[in-house]
Write a protein that binds this ligand. Structure first.
Ligand code: GRF
Length: 214
């Protein structure tokens, strides 16, 4: 078993603002982790630049180079496992992963989703929340399981939906919270405060209420 800070591999597909928040807290010493590699399934992901600027190793597993999902996932898995990470972080990784892939990382893969799950899994969460007349919206960090956006919840943050909100203004308010709760959840994991028993998240040795707000 490797010693030292928790080795983390971060998967991205785009902008990388959550990645940047994690990088900043790692650099400042708040987050006791080592980011072993940032892997993107898209060569044009802006987050790759952010990682490179921070001196973090990057890798591209371009999904367009694989005819079959199985081959893509085998390539991705090989890249990740090269680094033997204790935690795999999906930070805006916009690709649904197979049950087999997810099971390989069971209990050590987490995702951030821009809604108060179980409300609004999937895409376009902000517009859907506005259209439904919600007054509360937010973000969720959860363990990844085979059911998309349905894994056990680690942390949630709520924001108000204001009368004149657009999807864009609401997304910005939610994103601010994402940048707070995602590094927080990673820190808890790195400090061994999180675990899963019988499909439920435990925190500091107690079952965690899935609908609490942080
Ligand atoms: C975030 O809203 C995240 O919740 C969702 O994808 C977006 C990624 O943004 N899964 P960024 O690439 O971290 O800026």
């Amino acid at each position: 078993m490797a010693s030292g800070p928790l080795a983390v591999v971060i998967l991205i597909s785009g902008r990388g603002s959550n990645l940047q928040a994690i990088i900043e807290q790692t650099q400042s010493g708040e987050l006791p982790i080592r980011i072993s590699c940032v892997i993107s399934n898209r060569p044009d992901a802006m987050g790759l630049e952010l990682a490179a600027q921070a001196g973090i190793r990057t890798s591209i597993v371009d999904q367009r180079h694989y005819a079959e999902r199985d081959a893509f996932e085998a390539g991705l898995r090989q890249q990740i496992d090269n680094f033997n990470p204790g935690l795999v972080v999906l930070a805006g990784f916009m690709r649904v992963l197979s049950t087999e892939f997810v099971q390989h990382y069971q209990g050590r893969m987490i995702n951030i989703h821009p809604s108060l799950l179980p409300a609004y899994p999937g895409l376009n969460t902000h517009q859907r929340a506005i259209d439904a007349g919600e007054t509360l919206h937010g973000a969720t960090v959860h363990f990844v399981t085979a059911d998309v956006d349905a894994g056990p919840v680690i942390a949630q943050a709520q924001v108000p939906v204001l009368p004149d909100d657009t999807a864009c203004s609401l997304a910005a308010r939610v994103l601010e919270q994402e940048h707070r709760i995602f590094p927080m959840a990673i820190k808890w994991f790195a400090e061994n405060r999180l675990s899963i028993h019988n499909g439920r998240v435990w925190f500091d040795g107690h079952p965690r209420d899935p609908f609490h707000s942080d």
